[in-house]
Structure formats: C-alpha cells, structure tokens
Design a protein around this ligand. Structure first.
Ligand code: HEM
Length: 186
C-alpha cells in the first residue's frame, strides 16, 4: 500500500496543504453532506446494475458509511490510518461485486457535485483552491481503492492456489504475451 500511495501522491500533486485547506472550509462543505449522500445513493439505486448490489434494507447503513467518509475527507482527517482504510475498501468491495468502474463513476459524480457546490458558494479563486484539494485527495482515494481491489484479488488467488506471487506474475506475463500475439495476428 505504501508504494502505491507514494506514487499517487507524487503523480496527483497531493500535498499536506490539501487536508489543511479542506479543514479551513469544513463549515461550508459540511452543509453539503446530506445532498452528496442522497445523490450518491439515488444514482446507485436508480441504475439497475448498481441497485442489484444492495441487500434489502441496507440503504440507511450505507448512507451512514458515506456520511462518515465525506465528513472525514472534508474535515481533512487524512492520515496513515485513513489511507489504509481506503485501501481496505477495495477488499470490502470485492465480495459484494462492486467493480472499479462503479466506484470510479461514483467518485466522478461526487467530484462534479462538489465542484458545482464550490462554484455556487465561493469566489472563483476559493472554489478552485478548495475543489483542487478535494479533487487530489479523492483521486488518491480512488487510486487506492482500485489498486487495493486488484492487489487483494491477486492475493486471494495466491492464497487459494498456494502459488507464490512471483510465480503467478511470471505465468500471467507469459499468458499475456500469448494474448498480445493473438490480438496482433487478427
Ligand atoms: C466514491 C466511491 C466509493 C467510496 C469512497 C466508497 C467507500 C466505502 C467505504 C468507506 C466502505 C466501508 C468499508 C468498511 O467496512 O470500513 C464501503 C463499503 C461498501 N460500499 Fe463503497 N464506496 C464507493 C463506491 C461504492 C459503490 C459504487 C457501491 C455500489 C455499487 C458501493 C457499495 C458498498 C457496499 C455495499 C459496502 C458494504 C460492504 C460490506 O460491508 O459488505 N460503494 N464503501
């Protein structure tokens, strides 16, 4: 997780200033928590493929998870434990059939809504600063969830097959070479 996080931080341009910016604007952004939560779940429950993921009566507890997540992000409580938790979300999503396109689609939706709210409630300079901080933090999160999902998936294969990660990587590499050759012959 640490290496992936370090790469994402460098590549997105995230810095320690970002959580501080978010913290300074908590009073403004906290007000949007409920709207973000409702848009998030109205979108998911309104689309057949994502609605199918949920169990009966689950919405209130799912909403509570998102409120908690949004509050943690907008209060700028971004530390090692928080990043670790985001990596873990990838693992939690696997058995529920929550694919990365579902997650990425919703992260985009949350970011767009957040930008819209910033523009509505702040000067352009402030909106760009606060949204920039939110965008970098949530892009790092999306990267961690996606890679946490993938790495946990491969790790599960490693555990159940009893094969080492090195061997799995080598076998995948050989198979991918074959797939590439096939694709190029077509
Ligand atoms: C912006 C994207 C997303 C974020 C940040 C996010 C975040 C989270 C978090 C923090 C948890 C709790 C993990 C824990 O147990 O501590 C969670 C669990 C869950 N998420 Fe997501 N999620 C995202 C996208 C989605 C999508 C698109 C769906 C459905 C299509 C979804 C459905 C669920 C479900 C059902 C659980 C509960 C899993 C379980 O405990 O059985 N999430 N998510």
């Amino acid at each position: 997780m640490k290496e992936v996080l370090a790469d994402l931080i460098v590549l997105t341009g995230f810095s320690e200033e970002d959580p501080q910016i978010l913290r300074r604007y908590t009073a403004v952004t906290a007000v949007w928590q409920e709207e973000v939560t409702q848009v998030f779940y109205d979108t998911l429950y309104g689309h057949r493929a994502t609605a199918a993921v949920f169990r009966g009566g689950e919405r209130p507890s799912r909403e509570q998870t998102l409120r908690n997540w949004y509050q943690t992000v907008t209060e700028g409580n971004i530390d090692e434990k928080f990043w670790q938790w985001q990596w873990f979300v990838g693992l939690v999503h696997i058995p529920r059939g929550i694919t990365n396109p579902f997650m990425m689609g919703m992260m985009s939706r949350v970011q767009q809504l957040f930008w819209h709210k910033c523009r509505e409630n702040m000067s352009l300079d402030e909106a760009e600063m606060v949204y920039g901080a939110f965008k970098r933090v949530t892009d790092v999160i999306a990267g961690l969830i996606a890679e946490g999902y993938f790495q946990s998936y491969v790790h599960a294969m490693e555990r159940m097959s009893g094969q080492s990660r090195t061997l799995i990587d080598r076998m995948v590499h050989m198979e991918v070479e074959e797939m590439l050759a096939e694709a190029r012959r077509r």
